[in-house]
Design a binder for this molecule. Structure first.
Ligand code: ATP
Length: 336
């Protein structure tokens, strides 16, 4: 039976990297029926909305999507489609494994982090208003429900995958109420768990310093929305760049898989983008669908290409000369 998967190509490099992921998944021989859906620029062009209702309904109905990045206009325009999608579908947990990849050059060789980011509230609630001309307030929302839910997700994952420690980054010395609530919820969840898993709290500025000093001291990072966004990019920079980190957004009954990077309009349509993060997101999706063998097959293939280290098969950000398409073809060749 075919898996029905919603496919949102997205903006900028989105169509290129999602095409690559789709081609790799199809080359495995697995039976997937793709449901292409508009969002972002295509949503505006064809449906008059950056996030058409039919896109939301289709993902909610089919329960799984592979998504490319969508551009968010800066300091103007529509609210972030990515944020809206996560809120509308209650995709409360962003999950981002950040690891060194074989032979991919980076300043660190000891990164193995799981970033768990609360995905629905905090400063991303979109509640901003002009109090008087020249004075803006931006509301940071924290609820016990969402903070507890994401803490449970992080500890459940740590327990299931036998990880060693959960670290919460926070700024509860300044945001005593909102970050204080997040912290208290994490503490409460931890106190009800088996103490086999370590727990620590770190003020986020110190956390950033510690992270770049020695990432190996961290394991699972639990963060509220805004900090999770920033730390995800920081961590991506530690393993070679944005093209290397996959992501998943989990809700109770649906999941959307997408690379951590943005739409990179500076390199869109130039066959330069590294599609690996999107391919890896596709691999995570296959595991979610229970297709572990196919996931292993693709994972082994891209790791083979990386290990082989032939510059003609690696994209520019990995020190090679290949384009998006050539890298994708190399991965497909390695699968057969
Ligand atoms: P957005 O507004 O959608 O967040 P952005 O360009 O501000 O887009 P990113 O897309 O994350 O943010 O890009 C940051 C930098 O990393 C850019 O210089 C971009 O070219 C580069 N980059 C991002 N993704 C990739 C990729 N998959 N392969 C190669 N370079 C990438």
């Amino acid at each position: 039976m075919a898996h029905i998967v919603c496919l949102i190509p997205g903006d900028g490099i989105g169509p290129e990297v999602t095409t690559a992921a789709r081609q790799v998944i199809e080359a495995s021989g697995i039976n997937v029926e793709w449901v292409p859906l508009p969002a972002g620029e295509t949503g505006l062009e064809f449906c008059g909305s950056a996030l058409p209702e039919r896109t939301i309904a289709a993902i909610a109905g089919h329960g799984v999507a592979l998504k490319g990045p969508i551009t968010t206009p800066i300091a103007r325009g529509h609210v972030s489609v990515n944020v809206q999608l996560r809120q509308r579908l209650s995709l409360f947990a962003a999950f981002r494994p950040v690891r060194n990849l074989p032979k991919v050059k980076s300043r660190y060789d000891n990164v193995n982090l799981i970033i768990v980011r609360e995905n629905t509230e905090g400063l991303y609630s979109g509640l901003e208003n002009e109090v008087i001309p020249g004075v803006i307030q931006s509301l940071k929302i924290a609820t016990a429900d969402a903070s507890t839910r994401i803490s449970e997700f992080a500890f459940d994952y740590a327990t299931k995958m036998k990880r060693k420690k959960v670290t919460v980054f926070h700024k509860a010395n300044i945001m005593k109420k909102s970050d204080g609530l997040f912290l208290n919820c994490a503490r409460k969840v931890y106190s009800g768990r088996s103490q086999d898993i370590g727990y620590e709290e770190m003020i986020i500025d110190n956390g950033c310093m510690q992270l770049v000093r020695d990432p190996s001291q961290f394991d699972v990072l639990l963060l509220e929305n805004f900090y999770g966004d920033i730390i995800s990019d920081l961590a991506a920079g530690m393993v070679g760049g944005p093209g290397m980190v996959p992501g998943a957004n989990f809700g109770q009954s649906c999941a959307v898989f997408e690379p951590v990077h943005g739409s990179a309009p500076d390199i869109a349509r130039t066959n330069v983008a590294n599609p690996l993060a999107c391919i890896m997101s596709g691999v995570m999706m296959l595991r979610y669908l229970g297709e572990h063998q196919t996931a292993d097959q693709i994972c082994n293939a891209y790791e083979f290409v990386l290990r082989e280290g032939n510059p003609e098969n690696l994209t520019r950000d990995m020190g090679g000369t290949a384009g998006t398409e050539q890298f994708t073809e190399a991965v497909i060749r390695a699968m057969t």
